[in-house]
Structure formats: structure tokens, C-alpha cells
Design a protein around this ligand. Structure first.
Ligand code: NDP
Length: 431
């Protein structure tokens, strides 16, 4: 059934999501883009028109919205007839937007865990502090809420679940590895909102090891990986959203997240951090001005979406899964490779925004056609990953697998045995 979509936020990920919704508006209906800065919504619509992304007739409309204002968000959901809300604004907005969805009955999607401006790297499981507290409310209202459905979190949750179902009897470890081997040709920039990017790294690194939470410091543990396309890369143990749900939902004793950083990023990060310029706590200048150092750093760094035109190179993000099958040890890497230049050619964005924007639209399409419309709150690994991986293969993000049999495109229906555990969505069985 055709369902109108309201996209909240008008940054890099929203830009891709809007293009992908337009390319698939036969299923998704009218597309509304609402954000704090109206001109950014208009710019996205102009880009969709310039690229000819819109497939069928339908409304494309920009709205000014402060999404912290629940009443205004509810009013906009009602006036646009939106049945699916794609929240790709800042993660500070999650709980307000979710409340508006629960109270209007619209499905809710996001791509990052909720953040409280005054806290960083919250105690695990972080979802328990915010989103999961609204699980009963979603169930009672019959509202589908799919949390963290970008690439990581999102696709990597589905990869973990898929690998468990398709290739293993028992899984010992999932190492999620995120390498951006691209070059943006600037002195220093982050690939998404600098404030959110730095907040991920300024406190405790939480990992799931031996079935318990383990604390490390940032850049304390590193590992060299040899990955398809991007080759040998060093990645550092990092705390990340998906660990907070996969640890609870998959029953795997070791789940870690590794992110690739170059020496230059680490040097700049350490200088900023040691000077206190990455602090989320306000300071007062000699002139009596109260400022949050991290917000000042954000204000002087390049806007991540401005990196796209000159970005070259590729990303490789995936799950290295180890365990046993029929008593024999087994190792499988499920992954995607995305090209910055190709992403720019198609929708005018760099690959980090592209890899987050495509999955959230795939999820919206699966809600629209009923497959993932589960009427409750779920994290991605609780859903059947096959339709999701299959749909992304068709709309722009092709998944691949590397194992003892070699490297190949991942056709989820061909690879997974018919009676795999996820042939029925977990969430549906508990509905
Ligand atoms: P941007 O900073 O580029 O965009 C965020 C947008 O939210 C901006 O347009 C901003 O408005 C808008 N916004 C902020 N506050 C409000 C408000 N109160 N009301 C309405 N709009 C508001 O971020 P990205 O596009 O890079 O990222 C979007 C989300 O996706 C983030 O949550 C990020 O963490 C997540 N992400 C997830 C990834 C994944 O793989 N899972 C990867 C990359 C990002 P303004 O323009 O006025 O500042």
C-alpha cells in the first residue's frame, strides 16, 4: 500500500533518503521533508528535481519544523497524512519524534541511538535508558518503530543475524569492521555531524566480551584487518550503538566494533580532546559568553555534505563472524563496498551518507508493503534480514560475502536454508 513519508532533518543522510524515497515513490507516495532550516529542505527538493530522481507523480514538499516540539511534529504528521516518519535529524530528537509517532500512529524509523546533550557514551545497554522505555507504548499503540536502521547501526545488525541463521550452528564472535578508505581532500573533516562523531569517542569504549560489558579507553586496542577492495587496514576498538542491542538479542558472547582511523585523524582528535575542545560541557569566556566547546568545533569544521563533490575512494563495512558449523570451525565476512564518487554521481552525496540513507528507505518500503510492519518496537536484528538485504541489493547497496568458498554477491534467499531461524520475523511471532 502507498504510504506518505515525512523525513525529519535535511542533512547528508536526509538528502540520500529523500532521493531514494523519490526513486521509489510508486510505493511510498508523497514525500515531505521537514527540518530546522527550511532552505536546506528546498535544496534537497531542487537536487531531486535536477537529478530526475522522482519516479512517479506525487507531492514533494518542504516544511520548517523544530522536531523537539512534539505538538508541532504531531500536527505536521497529521496535516501531511504521513504514515511513515524517517527521523534522520540529530540523535537529540529521537524521543520527541518517537512520542509524536506513538501519539499519531505513524511508523517510526531512525538511524542512531538517542542522545542526551549533557551525556556521552552512556552506560550499557544504552537503549534501555531511552528507546526501550517506550516499547510497551509502541506495542499498545500498534506502532512499528525500527531503531537504528542506517548502515552501522542497521545493516550490520542484519548481517550478524543473517550470518547466524545461514552459516552457523554456533557463533562465538561478531566483529563489526568499518573502514572508510576514501579521501575528502580537506585538512580535517568528519563524515557526518562532527558533534555526534566526536561524542562517540570522548569517553568509555564499551564492548561485549565473554557475555559481559568490558570498558576500554579510545585508541587503547587496535587490530589490522585484511578486507576486500580496501586491503590491509588498522581499526580501533570503538563503542557503538549496535552493540547495545545485539548483545541482548543475539546470544553471541563476543560482539565488538572496530573503526578505521588514519594517523592524521587521531592526531587532530587527540589535540582537540586534550585541550578540552571536544567537551560537551559549557564554558564561560572572559567576555561572559557561555559556549559548548564541541559546538564551536562543529561550527568551524566543514559541513559533511560539502565533502561530496571531491570525495574519492571506497568504504568497506561488514561483520566478520566466527563460530562452528557441523562441529567444524567457520569464518564468514558479510559486507558492502560503497564508492564515494558513484554515490555522488547518483544522488549528489558521499558514501557515508549514502550507506545510511539507503537502508532506512529500504526499511520504509518494507513497512509500506507490510513485510516489516510489525506493530511494535524492534532493533534490526530482531527482524527477518532476508527481505531487507534482498531489497537493498536492488536499490543501491549490494551485499557480498567472503568465506572459504570465495567472494560473491550475497543473494539472501539462495544462501539461507529454507528453514533458517529467521524465516519468520521474530517480532511478528511475539505480536
Ligand atoms: P546532519 O547534521 O547533516 O543533519 C542533521 C539535520 O537535523 C540537520 O538538517 C539539522 O538542521 C536537523 N535538525 C537538528 N535539530 C533539529 C530540530 N530541533 N528540528 C528539526 N531539525 C533539526 O547529520 P547527518 O545527516 O549526517 O546524520 C543524520 C542522522 O543519521 C544522525 O542521527 C546521525 O548520527 C545518523 N547517521 C547514521 C549512520 C548509520 O550508518 N547508522 C551514518 C551517518 C549518520 P540544521 O540543518 O538546521 O542544522
Amino acid at each position: 500500500m502507498k504510504r506518505n513519508v515525512l523525513i525529519i532533518g535535511a542533512g547528508g543522510v536526509a538528502h540520500v533518503a529523500a532521493h531514494k524515497c523519490a526513486q521509489n515513490n510508486i510505493l511510498l507516495g508523497d514525500i515531505h521533508i521537514a527540518s530546522r532550516t527550511l532552505s536546506k529542505c528546498h535544496a534537497i527538493i531542487a537536487s531531486i528535481k535536477a537529478k530526475g530522481s522522482q519516479r512517479g507523480p506525487g507531492l514533494l514538499k518542504a516544511h520548517e519544523l523544530d522536531a523537539m516540539d512534539v505538538a508541532a511534529t504531531k500536527a505536521l504528521i497529521r496535516s501531511t497524512g504521513a504514515q511513515i516518519v524517517i527521523n534522520v535529524g540529530s540523535p537529540f530528537l529521537n524521543m520527541s519524534v518517537m512520542t509524536a509517532c506513538i501519539e499519531t500512529g505513524a511508523a517510526y524509523l531512525d538511524t542512531a541511538i538517542h542522545e542526551d546533550p549533557s551525556q556521552v557514551c552512556e552506560a550499557p545497554p544504552w537503549y534501555g535508558n531511552y528507546e526501550w522505555k517506550r516499547r510497551d507504548a509502541c506495542l499498545k499503540a500498534g506502532v512499528t518503530a525500527i531503531l537504528g536502521v542506517g548502515f552501522d547501526p542497521g545493516v550490520v545488525n542484519a548481517y550478524g543475524r543473517f550470518a547466524m541463521d545461514a552459516y552457523f550452528d554456533k557463533v562465538d564472535s561478531i566483529d563489526i569492521i568499518d573502514i572508510n578508505a576514501g579521501n575528502h581532500n580537506r585538512y580535517f573533516a568528519t563524515n557526518f555531524d562532527p558533534e555526534i562523531n566526536f561524542r562517540e569517542f570522548t569517553s568509555t569504549v564499551w564492548s561485549w566480551e565473554d557475555s559481559q560489558w568490558k570498558a576500554n579507553a579510545m585508541f587503547e586496542r587496535k587490530h589490522d584487518w585484511d578486507l576486500p577492495v580496501v586491503g590491509k587496514r588498522t581499526a580501533y576498538l570503538t563503542g557503538h550503538d549496535e552493540l547495545h542491542s545485539m548483545s541482548k538479542n543475539l546470544g553471541v558472547p563476543n560482539i565488538r566494533f572496530w573503526m578505521g582511523f588514519g594517523e592524521h585523524y587521531i592526531n587532530v582528535f587527540n589535540v582537540l580532546n586534550n585541550l578540552g575542545l571536544l567537551s560537551e560541557k559549557p564554558v564561560r569566556t572572559a567576555e561572559g559568553l557561555e559556549v559548548v566547546p564541541l559546538k564551536v568545533v562543529k561550527a568551524v569544521l566543514p559541513d559533511p555534505s560539502s565533502l561530496a563533490p571531491t570525495y574519492t575512494g571506497k568504504t568497506c563495512i561488514g561483520d566478520l563472524v566466527k563460530g562452528t558449523k557441523n562441529g567444524q570451525p567457520r569464518e564468514v565476512f558479510v559486507y558492502n563496498v560503497c564508492d564515494h564518487k558513484e554515490s555522488y554521481k547518483e544522488v549528489g552525496s558521499q558514501a557515508i551518507s549514502y550507506t545510511a540513507g539507503v537502508p532506512v528507505v529500504a526499511a520504509a518500503m518494507l513497512i509500506a508493503d507490510g513485510v516489516w510492519d510489525v506493530g511494535q518496537m524492534v532493533n534490526v536484528e530482531e527482524l527477518d534480514p532476508k527481505p531487507f538485504i534482498g531489497l537493498m541489493n536492488r536499490i543501491g547497496l549490494v551485499s557480498r560475502v567472503r568465506d572459504a568458498a570465495g567472494e560473491r554477491v550475497l543473494d539472501p534467499y539462495a544462501e539461507a536454508p529454507a528453514k533458517s531461524r529467521s524465516s519468520t520475523p521474530v517480532a511478528e511471532t511475539t505480536r
